[in-house]
Write a protein that binds this ligand. Structure first.
Ligand code: PRP
Length: 180
């Protein structure tokens, strides 16, 4: 059972669903008639993206990118590599990045710079989790569901060495799992 590797549940599934409902209502209001492209950063954003879009009641499009920053460990390497780019041109389009977590901020900082260069009409960030203590570059998400302390969390898309993404909640991993 996955649960035996979890020290504590930080954010329950019910809390995530309520937060996604509230954010969905806000986005419905903010993006009315703008037909934004929601850009999910794979793989961590999948569960949050899937929940969030159910609560947005206006036209949106979805696209995905694969970028890499953690390379399988618990510390950010500080390098962001684009592995899969968007399938479309974003010039003149409203872009909303959807993330599971903002930690150092490097991933989104790099992506926002790239999309400004590509002349998106607007660039905003929605994240399930924000870990402000981890920040090494100045970037603030426009929409945050939960601020979390500087602990290594897994679940609801977040992984440790590609595992635990399928937990239906966000939890703190037992230290013995990543120190052995
Ligand atoms: C995680 C997360 C963000 C990024 C945030 O992705 O999904 O994309 O790190 O970290 P940062 O603010 O320090 O840049 P990761 O590279 O682990 O890939 P994954 O989504 O496939 O797990």
């Amino acid at each position: 059972m996955l649960e035996q590797d979890i020290k504590k549940v930080l954010i329950s599934h019910d809390e995530i669903v309520v937060a996604a409902q509230q954010l969905g209502a806000q986005l419905t209001h903010d993006y009315q008639d703008k037909n934004p492209i929601l850009v999910g950063i794979l793989k961590g954003s999948i569960p949050f993206m899937a929940e969030l879009i159910k609560h947005i009641d206006t036209h949106i499009e979805m696209d995905f990118m694969i970028v890499s920053s953690y390379h399988g460990g618990t510390e950010s390497s500080g390098k962001v590599k684009i592995i899969k780019d968007l399938d479309q041109d974003v010039a003149g389009r409203h872009v909303l990045f959807v993330e599971d977590i903002i930690d150092t901020g490097r991933t989104l900082n790099d992506l926002c710079g790239l999309f400004a260069f590509r002349q998106a009409a607007s660039i905003k960030i929605a994240t399930l989790l924000d870990k402000p203590e981890g920040r090494v570059v100045e970037i603030e998400p426009d929409y945050t569901c939960f601020e979390i302390p500087n602990e290594f969390v897994v679940g609801y898309g977040l992984d440790y060495e590609e595992n635990y993404r399928n937990l239906p909640y966000v939890g703190v991993l037992k230290e013995e799992i990543y120190t052995r």
